[in-house]
Design a protein around this ligand. Structure first.
Ligand code: AKG
Ligand code: FE2
Length: 311
């Protein structure tokens, strides 16, 4: 299996400075769109999130997963993909938490308080700071995609108003047997856009258009950006919601975290008129994201989006 040829984009330094480098910004918007159309994902260098904060986050999450099972299990949430998950028979190596709106300090504090009733202000600060920075980055990428499609600014502003986020924290244990090493089952993300960050233990794989699994070698300082179903539908299928999974080959634990931006409860996804033409006939009817999400949760299927919203 070859390493995937995923583009590496650089948002560091002044690349994102629109005032000084208008051309650079436009060029980058085009590259983002191309990566999302061709691969549905890309690797990203971005220096506005300090390495020290990443390191702090990785240390803090190790402490979180090291808490007793009994404590971690206290985190229950009726919404799917939030509650503490551990010891799932399908993916026994995987453990995770999903925190809604960790970008709100009170939400980060509430989660922290549950895990450390005696208090752990450093954890809630790191969680809040990292999720806020990742959400900002997530929105910047969405803005670039909107600009590359020549959408009016008001469309992007409406998207931001109608968006919410989940911050997911994940751990993958070392497989006890080499042939039982699936960390996370193959899936497309259902949300709009995901920005992931990991420790130095590789394991992410993406499926190419030809249907081959390829591993993604994520450089130490890089982020991984993944297009989800909501953005695929909005773009009338122009952007690819890439299928991905995690396979554990290393003999060290893998930690990852990510910010998943997604439409708010009640928000509609509707293909803009500008993205429908002769070569791109309408593929998806307007739908409420929350309804699609519920449909997926009760009818888990690889083709959920096509079945639910395809015209
Ligand atoms: O851990 C990773 O790198 C991938 C996680 C992922 O794909 C997900 O949570 O949807
Ligand atoms: Fe995913």
């Amino acid at each position: 299996m070859d390493g995937a040829k995923i583009p590496v984009l650089d948002f560091s330094g002044e690349h994102l400075d629109r005032e000084r480098g208008g051309e650079c910004w436009e060029l980058l918007c085009g590259k983002v769109r191309e990566a999302c159309e061709t691969h549905g994902c890309f690797l990203l260098m971005y220096d506005k999130i300090p390495t020290s904060l990443r390191e702090d986050m990785l240390v803090a999450m190790k402490a979180l997963f090291d808490l007793p099972e009994e404590t971690k299990s206290k985190y229950q949430n009726p919404k799917p993909y939030r509650s503490y998950q551990g010891k799932c028979p399908v993916v026994p190596l995987h453990e995770s938490f999903g925190i809604d709106d960790a970008t709100r300090l009170e939400a980060a504090q509430e989660f922290t308080q549950l895990m450390w009733p005696q208090g752990n202000p450093a954890f809630s600060e790191i969680l809040n700071s990292m999720s806020s920075k990742l959400l900002k980055l997530n929105f910047t990428i969405l803005e670039m995609i909107f600009e590359s499609f020549r959408m009016e600014k008001k469309n992007y502003d409406a998207l931001v108003r109608d968006s919410t986020s989940i911050f997911r924290i994940m751990k993958y244990k070392v497989p006890p047997r080499k042939d039982e090493n699936l960390g996370l089952v193959a899936h497309t993300d259902k949300n709009a856009l995901t920005v992931l960050c990991q420790n130095d233990v590789q394991g992410l794989e993406v499926m190419t258009k030809e249907g081959r699994w390829e591993h993604v070698v994520v450089p130490r300082e890089a982020f991984v950006v993944i297009v989800g179903d909501a953005l695929k539908a909005w773009s009338n299928g122009r952007l690819v919601a890439v299928k991905h999974r995690v396979v554990m080959k290393a003999d060290r634990e893998r930690y990852s975290f990510g910010l998943f931006s997604m439409p708010k409860e009640g928000a509609m996804i509707e293909v803009p008129r500008e993205l429908v033409d002769k070569e791109h006939p309408l593929l998806y009817r307007p739908f409420k994201f929350a309804d699609y999400f519920s449909y997926f949760v009760s009818n888990i299927s690889d083709d959920a989006l096509e079945i639910y919203a395809g015209v």
